[in-house]
Write a protein that binds this ligand. Structure first.
Ligand SMILES: C[S@@+](CC[C@H](N)C(=O)[O-])C[C@H]1O[C@@H](n2cnc3c(N)ncnc32)[C@H](O)[C@@H]1O
Length: 341
């Protein structure tokens, strides 16, 4: 699109498409292109670093190419109104942290956002942290790679899953399986479930339900704050770690209360490993029971896990007692499995 640029009187900073009190008498004819279309044209839809300073037009530009912004490792920007600052923060809050800001006026300032997973460890990100001290217990380790260029995990929270799956499904499934995982984190358990139960039949599906926010359980930081650092950047890691699994993997981003009702497929297998409060484990189990096929299996992780007096297994026990006769206990170890009849 051709437009007139009104050259600024005092300096080039006041050049503008709007003829205003700072404009000189000089006009230039210039060519304008939409940022998204231009990025596409030059093959730069997913740059690592984006700098944007468009004197108040930031919000529509960011909105028009939000995927590029959410993917960028670092974003440098200037904002030009308080509303814009809040809206931009809102748009990037799931994927980035505000790493630096200078706000000399309420309506104008600079911000630098860094993508959650751009730092390999929380320790490296929060060098000057005061307050919650990162100890050996809650420190995020360097992601460990499995194989060359394979998935990268910071934690191994699926230690027991592999042996449970071998016990529950010793041979290759003979027919398509519909599988649900509540609480997928970085995808380590997801990959085990996929390999053991899903990959053999094209019609098989693995539904992964997780809010994937940068903390353990949304809205429950007062109970689980100690664990929150483990979850910073989990969504980006999950996406990378499961990219190769294709359309058989269905990502349902949200808490189980909201996402499980969206599943219409009758389920062969459900793995419950989300919010470990007894109350939510009970709710998750109660929600999925009507979805389970006759003969379907429900597996609970962390049955004995106890934190601040909350024992995960209390929710399982309550559900078992209420469904005595309908569910048959297969084993009760660190994980607990039942068959639904
Ligand atoms: C222990 S991790 C899961 C580990 C994973 N299954 C694995 O094998 O690596 C617990 C996960 O539950 C998720 N979560 C927390 N509250 C949830 C909820 N209400 N519904 C679904 N997932 C939830 C967290 O985001 C976290 O990723």
């Amino acid at each position: 699109m051709q437009r007139s640029l009104f050259v600024g009187g005092p300096d080039s900073v006041t050049n503008s498409l709007v003829n205003n009190s700072l404009s000189s008498a000089v006009e230039e004819n210039i060519q304008l292109a939409a940022a998204k279309a231009f990025a596409l044209q030059v093959g730069m839809t997913h740059p690592d670093v984006i700098k944007i300073d468009t004197e108040g037009c930031e919000l529509p530009i960011i909105s028009s190419m939000i995927d590029s912004f959410r993917n960028a490792k670092a974003i440098y920007l200037e904002y030009h109104s308080e509303d814009d600052r809040l809206a931009i923060n809102n748009m990037l809050s799931q994927t980035h942290i505000l790493f630096f800001a200078k706000s000399p006026h309420p309506h104008r300032g600079e911000m630098v956002y860094v993508r959650n997973d751009a730092f390999p460890t929380i320790m490296q990100r929060d060098r000057w942290r005061i307050g919650t001290v990162l100890t050996a217990e809650n420190r995020i380790e360097e992601p460990k790679t499995i194989g060359q260029d394979g998935p990268r995990f910071t934690q191994d929270w699926s230690r027991f899953l592999e042996s449970s799956l071998t016990k529950l499904s010793p041979s290759t499934p003979v027919s398509p399986m519909k599988v649900l995982e509540i609480g997928s984190f970085e995808g380590r358990g997801t990959r085990l479930l996929f390999k053991k139960l899903v990959e053999h039949h094209e019609e098989s599906r693995l539904y992964c339900v997780d809010p994937w926010v940068d903390g353990y359980v949304p809205g429950k930081s007062q109970h689980f704050a100690k664990w929150d650092p483990f979850f910073v950047g989990q969504f980006q890691r999950f996406l990378k770690n499961t990219l190769d699994l294709g359309p058989q993997l269905v990502r349902l981003r949200g808490i189980s209360d909201d996402m499980v009702p969206a599943i219409k497929d009758p389920l062969d297998f459900a793995y419950i490993d989300g919010d470990h409060s007894a109350e939510q484990v009970y709710r998750d189990a109660a929600m999925i029971l009507p979805l389970m096929k006759n003969g379907g299996i429900v597996l609970f992780d962390d049955y004995p896990w106890t934190h601040e007096g909350n024992r995960c297994g209390d929710g399982v026990d309550r559900w078992l007692a209420e469904n005595d006769g309908k569910v048959e206990l297969l084993f009760k170890e660190y994980q607990l499995a039942v068959r639904v009849n």
